[in-house]
Design a protein around this ligand. Structure first.
Ligand SMILES: NC(=O)c1ccc[n+]([C@@H]2O[C@H](COP(=O)([O-])OP(=O)(O)OC[C@H]3O[C@@H](n4cnc5c(N)ncnc54)[C@H](OP(=O)(O)O)[C@@H]3O)[C@@H](O)[C@H]2O)c1
Length: 283
């Protein structure tokens, strides 16, 4: 039995979809804090279990009988360490043979503010004695392609990423990586996963210009000005801080990678930027 947590999220759904091409539905259970949102997954024949990371008493039953568990990191930034720790405890109690955790690229050295909770979770997992694999996911291409409207409207992308390269890959690429470690023998405990085609924000703007036929420029802003733009667009301060922090670290090359580990793990090239932009623009 393989249990996938966070299964009603974007990544989780892709994992379950792809897992079903490799493993019979009866061998998959999905854990969701709101089982009503998993009705489509139940219709695919997988068992749906209630699991709220913030309610440890739900986690034992959710992981019961699991041989392998994919812990998709919680989206509740600031709450993640206790939440993930509760899942690790439940995995230990269930004596799972493998706990796969979606961490962040280069977690061992990353200075991103967002990395701190992943680093702490990795430490909890390492200390638990549960066999593990860390899927250190780089940035999603969708972080950009799902938010193109303002750039198309204003003819400009803004950020503080300088000319830092971003080795982003599609969620579907990371989902295939998760399926690979859940369905094959795991060869090592840590995978640094990133796209084959790193790009700068200026290159993203060029790709947008090319595909839309409109001039879209990248305007690099000092971090405080970028933060003001995000707040002005209605983003809460805490989220704006994380966006700005990420860009500052992109500028230092922290989300670049040329290891090719994702490509090797999934046995195919990762999704190119141009394809992701084309799909987002519906072309
Ligand atoms: N690498 C990147 O670029 C990047 C970008 C964004 C996020 N991330 C990280 O990767 C994770 C997966 O990405 P995603 O795109 O699939 O994000 P997502 O769609 O927001 O999925 C997050 C999942 O976590 C679940 N969750 C949140 N709090 C929970 C709780 N208390 N108990 C149980 N489940 C809970 C959500 O449940 P519901 O379905 O009920 O909401 C959802 O299924 C995110 O959570 C975040 O940590 C990475």
């Amino acid at each position: 039995m393989i249990v996938v947590t966070g299964a009603t999220g974007h990544l989780g759904r892709l994992v379950v979809e792809r897992l079903l091409t490799k493993v019979p539905a009866r061998d998959i259970a999905v854990a969701a804090r709101n089982p009503d949102r998993a009705k489509d997954l139940a219709a695919l024949g997988v068992e749906v279990r209630r699991a709220d990371y913030a309610k440890p008493d739900t986690l034992g039953p959710a992981l019961a009988g699991a041989e392998k568990v994919l812990l998709i990191s919680s989206s509740e930034v600031g709450q993640r360490v206790p939440q993930h720790s509760a899942v690790v405890e439940a995995a230990k109690a269930a004596r799972v043979r493998l706990l796969a955790y979606t961490s962040v690229l280069h977690a061992g050295t990353s200075n991103l503010a967002l990395a701190a909770e992943h680093q702490a979770t990795e430490a909890v997992i390492r200390g638990s004695g549960v066999p593990y694999v860390f899927l250190r996911n780089g940035w999603y291409l969708e972080n950009y392609t799902e938010h193109l409207a303002p750039a198309l409207q204003h003819g400009a992308l803004v950020g503080s990423a300088g000319d830092g390269r971003i080795a982003a890959a599609a969620r579907a690429d990371y989902a295939d990586a998760a399926v690979a470690v859940l369905t094959r023998d795991v060869e090592k405990p840590v995978y640094e996963l990133a796209g084959d085609h790193p790009f700068t924000m200026a290159e993203l703007a060029d790709e947008l210009s090319r595909q839309t036929g409109k001039r879209i420029a990248y305007r690099d802003l000092p971090p405080d000005q970028y933060r003001a733009v995000l707040i002005g667009a209605g983003m809460p301060g805490a989220a704006a801080d994380l966006y700005v922090d990420a860009d500052v670290h992109v500028a230092k090359g922290e989300l670049d990678d040329s290891s090719g580990e994702l490509r090797r793990l999934i046995g195919r090239p990762t999704t190119p930027l141009a394809a992701a932009v084309r799909a987002a623009l519906g072309r």
